[in-house]
Design a protein around this ligand. Structure first.
Ligand code: CS2
Ligand code: MG
Length: 405
């Protein structure tokens, strides 16, 4: 089953996506997601110039060996750009293997561990009232877990919310230069417990709630926030700090029993090794696209399960539906799956380019059994949505110091 051709596409149906199509000599093809928000063309070039020529003629069945060849064989192993490129090839090869076996990929991983995938959605708002109105809508839609993010009063910029745009695609697809936003840890820390206090007062404790700090605190500030939020029993507090120093999580862990989640920027298992083996975190959020594919994520899940850490894959709108579908298979299998981030069913433009079928029933996401990953990429439609340069924002403190976004 030799690889005959690999095509790389960069398109913008609302926001930019990098997609790979691996085609075998027999005509079976698989698709993969290589999207790296704000650096899309670097990944496309890495694929076209440095990966594709090496894979033509190789056996598409040798998924593990191809993964090792692209990771170890490059000498420069880690890094967001190269790992996203490898991930897309890996996903496409699993898609091919599933199609050839006439089985959904989860069957090849070991079968189903659950009937559906618990997801958390996002309730955002410019005010607490708006966040709570959106939360109510999501509860009515059946969500069992919801992430709450609110604009912080008197900070310029809108911290993780929609900035008045109608959806994430309109927000994220149109930033030809990085917008600058302001940050004040004090204003944030003084405000955010009130959001959860009011949410609990209005909706009680049956709905699970979580929150993303986007790595803006120091370990001791995060410890204090975790403690302040304890009465509101969060499902998890995400990315309270940056993770260059894994032992930062030890500090937080020693001070609070608010569960902790991190990992959306991890590229390898080793990025999370100490925090997992020391049980400083509860959920690891690495996505298949940014963690190198299904092959290494399977190892990460098994390693995490030895230490009571559960998987909670990143599911932001900058991961394409191919990644979402790969997560569906992975999550159906992973014995230590916890929760999947889910930002909804996309837009009409997005769903013209990516064809997939999912359904949310009572807070669980389901898909139809189809061979492979069960998602297709429409090359012709993609031509109608050319790449547009777009960046994530950057953050600065009120005195101008560059901060973590
Ligand atoms: C966020 C992401 O979904 C999340 O948890 O942290 O929206 C993140 O900001 C983007 O994926 C960055 O590209
Ligand atoms: Mg996050």
């Amino acid at each position: 089953m030799k690889i005959k051709n690999i095509k790389v596409f960069v398109c913008c149906p609302g926001r930019n996506f990098v997609t790979v199509k691996v085609i075998t000599e027999e005509g079976t093809y698989g698709v993969g997601d290589a999207t790296l928000n704000g650096r899309e063309l670097a990944v496309a070039a890495y694929l076209e110039e440095h990966i594709v020529p090496c894979l033509i003629g190789k056996d598409a069945h040798q998924i593990e060996d191809i993964w090792q060849y692209l990771f170890k064989g490059a000498y420069w192993q880690n890094g967001a750009v190269s790992v996203a490129a490898i991930a897309a090839i890996d996903m496409a090869l699993w898609d091919i293997k599933g199609k050839l076996a006439n089985m959904p990929v989860y069957q090849l991983l070991g079968g189903k561990s659950r009937k559906g995938i618990t997801v958390y959605g996002h309730a955002n708002g410019e005010t607490i009232e708006e966040v709570l109105n959106n939360l109510e809508i999501m509860i009515d839609e059946g969500y069992k877990v919801v992430r709450l993010q609110c604009t912080i009063p008197n900070i310029k910029g809108t911290y993780g919310t929609l900035e008045g745009k109608k959806n994430y695609y309109e927000l994220q697809g149109n930033r030809p230069l990085p917008p600058e936003q302001e940050w004040s840890t004090a204003k944030y820390m003084n405000f955010i417990p009130e959001l959860f206090k009011q949410a609990r007062a209005k909706f009680g404790y049956d709905i699970e709630l979580c929150h993303d700090v986007h790595s803006r605190l120091s370990p001791i500030e995060a410890s204090r926030l975790g403690k302040l939020l304890e009465p509101y029993k969060l499902y998890f507090l995400e990315d309270p700090i940056t993770t260059e120093n894994q032992e930062g999580y030890k500090v937080i862990r020693e001070h609070t029993n608010t569960p902790l989640a991190t990992g959306e920027k991890f590229n390898t298992l080793w990025d999370a090794k100490e925090m997992i083996q020391n049980q400083w975190i509860d959920y690891v959020r690495t996505a298949i696209t940014h963690g190198g594919g299904i092959t290494p994520l399977k190892k990460l899940a098994d390693f995490a399960s030895l230490h009571h850490v559960r998987m909670a894959p990143h599911g932001a709108p900058d991961l394409s539906p191919i990644c979402l579908m790969a997560h569906m298979h992975f999550n159906l299998w992973a014995p230590n799956f916890g929760i999947q981030e889910f930002v909804g069913f996309g837009t009409p433009e997005l769903n013209k380019v990516f064809n997939y079928e999912i359904e949310l029933i009572d807070g669980l996401l389901y898909m139809k059994d189809k061979p492979g990953l069960g998602v297709d990429f429409n090359e012709e439609e993609a031509k109608n949505f050319p790449y547009k340069r777009s960046y994530l924002p950057v953050s600065r403190l009120e005195d101008g110091t560059l901060w973590n976004w």
